[in-house]
Each structure stands twice: as C-alpha cells, then as structure tokens.
Design a protein around this ligand. Structure first.
Ligand SMILES: Nc1ncnc2c1ncn2[C@@H]1O[C@H](COP(=O)(O)OP(=O)(O)OP(=O)(O)O)[C@@H](O)[C@H]1O
Ligand SMILES: [Mg+2]
Length: 412
C-alpha cells in the first residue's frame, strides 16, 4: 500500500469537499491503523534480524535457484505476517531487476481452510489471465483440477514463486492425499510436476503445530524455523510513533503513546494490540467530541481491545480448546477465592463440559497439549510449581480474562 495524502482515498476530487469524510474525526487517515496495513519497509521497526533471516532463506530465487521452505512461529502481533509479505515483495522486485520472474502470493488459511480452497486461492493469486491465457474459477472444480491449474500457472508465468501460507494451523490436513498442500508444494518440483522453484513460508502462532505434521512434511520444510519474539515497550512506542500521521495534527496527548505501549506490553509486546488500542482511543475521543486523545480514552479503549482480542483468538480455536476454556471458566466462577487450578481439576471439569456438549472427551495428554497452546496464546497462564518435599511438581492454570467474558464469547 502506498502512502497517500488525505482526501485522495475518499474518492472525492473536489478540494472543497475533500475532507468531508474525515472533517470531524481526530483520525484523518484510518487506513494507517488498519491491521492489514503494510507500512513501507522503512517503517518496519525492531525486526531487522527477522527480516534478514527471512531474506536469507528466500534469497536464492533472485539467482533463479530453489529457496528454502520454512515455518515462522511467534506470538500474535509480533510482525510475522507483515515481515514475510514485505520481504517477499522486496525479493520479487530484486529478482525482476535480475531478469528472474518471481510470483508472490499470500493466502490466509483461516479464510481458505480446505486443500481445495487453498489450492484455488494460491492459483488465483498467482495467475494473470492476460499473460497465461486462462482464468481459474474461484469455486466448482475438484482438488485435482485446482492443482493442475496451479502447476500450469507456475510453469507458464514464473521462474520461481514464494507462497506465504498464513495461519497455516487452520488448514485442514488431508492425510488421504499425499500430505496435503504443504507436501504438494514443497515436493512439486522434485516430483516433476513443475520446473518452477517454489518456496513456502508457513506462519503459525500455535507452538504445537509442528507436532501435527507428518514426518515427510516436516522433512520437506527443513529443520530450522524462525521464531519471532514479542516487542519491548520502546519498540511498541516507535511502531505507533511511525503512524501518528493517522491522527489530526496535535490530536494525541503526549502521554497517549507511552501509556498505550505499556498496556500492550503487559502480557507480551503485541503490536496489533497497541495499534488497536490507539485506534479505539481515537474513536472514543472522537465520539465524545473531545479535541484531543487523552490517557483516559486509552484506558477505556484497552477494555474494548481486550474483548476484541479474545473474540478473535477464540474464533480460531478448535472445539475442544473451547471446552477446556469453558471448564477453566466454570472452575473460576464457582469459587471466588481461587483462580489457579491443577491440570487434573481442569481435566475433570472439561469432562463435564464434554458431557453437556455430547462430545467424547480427549485423553489427558492431548488436553495437556491444548492447555499449553492456550497459555502460549495467552488466553490462560500456566505455571509449574516446585511442589514441596514429598509432593511432586504440578502445573497450575489461570484464566487471563474474566470467566464472564469467556462465557459470553464462547456462547456466541
Ligand atoms: N515492526 C513493525 N513495525 C510496524 N508495524 C508493525 C510491526 N510489527 C507489527 N506491526 C503491525 O502490527 C500489526 C500486527 O502485525 P502482524 O499482522 O504482522 O502480526 P502477526 O505476528 O502476523 O500476528 P498473528 O499471529 O496474530 O497473525 C499489523 O498491523 C502490523 O502492520
Ligand atoms: Mg499474522
């Protein structure tokens, strides 16, 4: 996305009315505060090492050699989607300058979660009907057909391709075909289906994801993976500072950005959360007719952002993770004096939830895995206690939100 002066995005070209859409709002360029916004490369803050690491894996495409395929892990809002797209675009440009044609496609697997949908989305994202002479229908073909189209697209248009599969854990794994999309893509060249060099960048915020892959997929993805760490408070401030032109001049009280950064860094340094709080604060201040955004607006925005975040995280969870969360919320709601619960207690409560849901409970080990995942996502917190003499160590789980918030979201 190219940065444009205000007025231009409104579509109104008469200067008399150019700011009619934004006149009263403290936020004059809302697109800068949208989650999908890709800031230009100079505005990506604190991710130099990650950018270098991604670049070195896909760099071979520039020499028309096969790039690596790999997984990026990291907590939510740590720049995984942003950095991978930005680096892939830059590699494409650099390759073009070297006479190599590189296709780049970004697919959010939570929107295209079956193999057929994903293959269709990848093919359509890469295809250019004017160049290839064919267009790919969005729906209606078999999986095999979509693969044929994809291989044709790659071979007709590109020397190499970088395929970014975001939220890869949302992809439904089809073990009946040969390992699903990941395997097909990473093995397509060696199995003679295409001549194009393909690199897959798979992104996930679930640490357990790798476990769910079969050996052959893991080996085609290579051993190394990149882990993006959370931002610190200073980096969060800089990320927001780079977007203050979203606001009308002077509309941000000087305490707003430090305060927002502190709130966003409380669990882990999550840039999405920081930007969302900032935007909500701007909306709240605007709605109240304030002429500046103040600390108090930030406080209220934080509560709203909390609810948004929980809703989003929950929507990506499988049913049994939700049952576990409900179990923990039940335990928490039952007893005012306790908020930490042992795995075995959570497991018992979980079995009751399964009963009410008429669903067979998973085994204890699997529930442990899912609990670990919930705590990685910071929906819950898990602490191992040392135990004492003669008492083994055990893990205690705590809900990060109020049980009411969980009930409300899960019911929706
Ligand atoms: N280093 C950065 N500089 C500027 N903006 C950033 C930076 N990192 C993240 N952002 C912004 O924060 C938001 C979240 O980043 P991004 O979508 O890349 O996170 P993510 O790691 O993919 O999170 P999730 O796991 O939830 O998908 C985006 O709007 C992005 O533009
Ligand atoms: Mg992302």
């Amino acid at each position: 996305m190219v940065d444009e002066p205000p007025g231009e995005q409104s579509g109104i070209d008469d200067p008399l009315f150019a700011d009619a859409m934004t006149r009263d709002s403290l936020i004059v360029r809302p697109e800068l505060l949208e989650v999908g916004h890709v800031p230009d490369q100079n505005r990506i803050i604190g991710r130099d090492a990650e950018i270098e690491a991604v670049a070195s894996k896909i760099e071979p495409v520039i020499r028309d050699e096969p790039p690596s395929s790999f997984i990026i892990y990291g907590k939510t809002g740590t720049g995984k989607s942003l950095v991978s797209q930005s680096v892939a675009d830059r590699a494409q440009r650099a390759a073009r300058q070297n006479g190599v044609s590189v296709g780049v496609v970004y697919v959010d697997c939570s929107q295209h979660s079956t193999e057929t949908q994903a293959t269709s989305a990848i093919g359509r994202g890469l295809n250019d009907a004017d160049e290839s002479g064919f267009s790919i229908p969005r729906v209606g073909l078999s999986r095999a057909h979509y693969y044929d189209y994809l291989w044709d697209t790659l071979d007709t248009l590109y020397d190499a391709a970088i395929i970014i599969l975001d939220e890869i854990d949302q992809l439904v794994n089809n073990e009946d075909t040969e390992g699903g999309v990941l395997m097909q893509l990473t093995r397509a060249k060696e199995s003679g289906k295409i001549r194009t060099n393909v690199g897959v960048v798979a992104i996930s915020n679930k640490i357990n994801y790798r476990k769910s892959l079969n050996e052959r997929v893991i080996s085609s993805l290579g051993d190394d993976e990149l882990v993006f760490s959370p931002y610190d408070g200073t980096q969060l401030q800089a990320i927001m500072q780079a977007r203050t032109d979203a606001f009308r001049d002077g509309a941000l009280d000087e305490a707003v950005i430090p305060k927002t950064a502190a709130l966003a860094a409380r669990e882990h340094g999550d840039a999405r959360r920081a930007i969302r709080i900032l935007r909500n604060a701007g909306d709240i201040a605007t709605k109240e007719g304030a002429d500046r955004v103040l600390e108090d607006h930030v406080d209220r925005a934080q509560e709203r952002a909390e609810a948004d975040r929980l809703r989003e995280l929950l929507s990506g969870l499988p049913p049994h993770s939700k049952y576990i969360l409900l179990a923990l919320a039940n335990l928490d709601a039952q007893d005012d004096s306790r908020e930490e619960f042992r795995t075995t207690d959570v497991y018992e409560a979980y079995k009751s939830v399964c009963e009410t849901q008429a669903s067979d409970p998973l085994g204890l080990d699997r529930v442990r895995d899912l609990l670990r995942e919930l705590s990685f996502l910071e929906i819950t917190e898990s602490n191992k206690t040392g135990g004492g003499r003669g008492r083994g160590s055990f893990t205690l789980h705590t809900l990060m939100n109020s049980p009411e918030a969980v009930f409300e979201m899960v019911e929706k």
